[in-house]
Design a protein around this ligand. Structure first.
Ligand SMILES: CCC(=O)Oc1c(C)cccc1C(=O)O
Ligand SMILES: [Zn+2]
Length: 317
């Protein structure tokens, strides 16, 4: 690719204007950001299901059309998520080695999903009722990119308890990235792109997983075979613990002193990248998180005490 690095502005899925990096050539500009790692590249699937599809080319370097919104957000939010891992955790892209960030938008028809394919991010447009285009939420994009971080570190097997921890790590860092950029931060997941006609709901709640029918205590874990053994269900147990660790609270009679987002993020990042392994279960997750907190803050620290209390509060002892 030869061209000139530039910036453009455009409207995202929710109509908000933002700027991002592009590559200008004679006939327009590509959604290519060469300022981060080995580059961020955003593609158009044109509502088919071949990925990555066509590298996004805009003829006038203005990205305000309705069709452009999903691409604007996928590109800009991938850049923000890159910046979070680089600036906060000194990790250069998801593999620590500047790996290209590839995103495809307009995947399929009315496709109510987003996923990490194993090598790239993929976003559907939603059906307009359950979801609007799924790249429209920063916590969703950071969730997907965290799957890539997990796959290149702990590589947690995507089923049963290791899969629930995999999912929770994506919800945790999705939320921490949303707070880092102060993007209407909360402890819900996907709220900005979920059910546009229903106010106040979310795909999942970390603050209260039972709002989306998910367990907030290990004794209530799902033991069936659906959802790969409940990876998006039993993630609620860890999500609740993370909410308590950062914010504090009393849950089933156990009190947790909150330690804040930044320290919680340091502890979960070290746990994910240094201690968890493909087969880690919730018991190993507790031990690993205590060890990570001990490394960072000391065995008799308030942070270690809060980690122990947070896991105990959700029944992981
Ligand atoms: C918060 C993002 C999220 O959960 O994306 C998914 C959706 C919307 C459907 C199926 C799987 C996923 C996923 O990435 O786990
Ligand atoms: Zn996920």
């Amino acid at each position: 690719l030869t061209g000139e690095d530039s910036t453009a502005t455009g409207k995202g899925v929710l109509g908000d204007t933002k700027s991002f990096n592009t590559l200008v050539i004679s006939k327009g500009s590509y959604l290519v950001d060469r300022t981060r790692g080995n580059g961020i590249f955003t593609y158009d699937a044109k509502n088919r299901t071949r990925i990555p599809g066509t590298l996004w080319l805009d003829s006038d370097n203005v990205y305000n059309a309705a069709y452009d919104g999903a691409a604007v957000d996928a590109h800009a939010y991938a850049g923000q998520t890159y910046d979070y891992f680089q600036d906060v955790h000194n990790r250069n892209s998801y593999d620590g080695n500047g790996a290209e960030l590839i995103s495809t938008v307009h995947y399929g028809r009315s496709y109510n999903n987003a996923f990490w394919s194993g090598s790239q991010m993929v976003y559907g447009d939603g059906d307009g009722n359950t979801f609007v285009p799924l790249s429209g939420a920063l916590d969703v994009i950071a969730h997907e990119l965290t799957h890539a971080v997990t796959d290149t570190t702990a590589d947690l097997i995507y089923q049963n308890e290791s899969g629930a921890i995999n999912e929770s790590m994506s919800d945790i860092f999705g939320t921490l990235v949303e707070h880092h950029f102060n993007n209407n931060p909360d402890w819900q997941v996907g709220e900005d792109i979920y059910t546009p006609n229903v106010a106040g709901d979310a795909l999942r709640s970390m603050e209260d997983p039972t709002l989306s029918g998910d367990p907030d205590h290990y004794s209530k874990r799902y033991t069936g075979t659906g959802d790969n053994g409940g990876v998006h269900i039993n993630s609620g147990i860890s999500n609740k613990a993370a909410y308590l660790l950062a914010n504090g609270g009393t849950h089933y009679g156990v009190s947790v002193n909150g330690i804040g987002n930044d320290k919680a993020g340091e502890i979960y990042y070290r746990t994910l990248t240094q201690y968890l392994t493909p087969n880690s279960n919730y018991s190993h997750f507790r031990v690993s998180t205590i060890q990570a907190a001990t490394d960072l803050y000391g065995a008799s620290s308030a942070e270690v005490a809060s980690v122990k209390a947070a896991f105990s509060a959700v029944g992981v002892n």
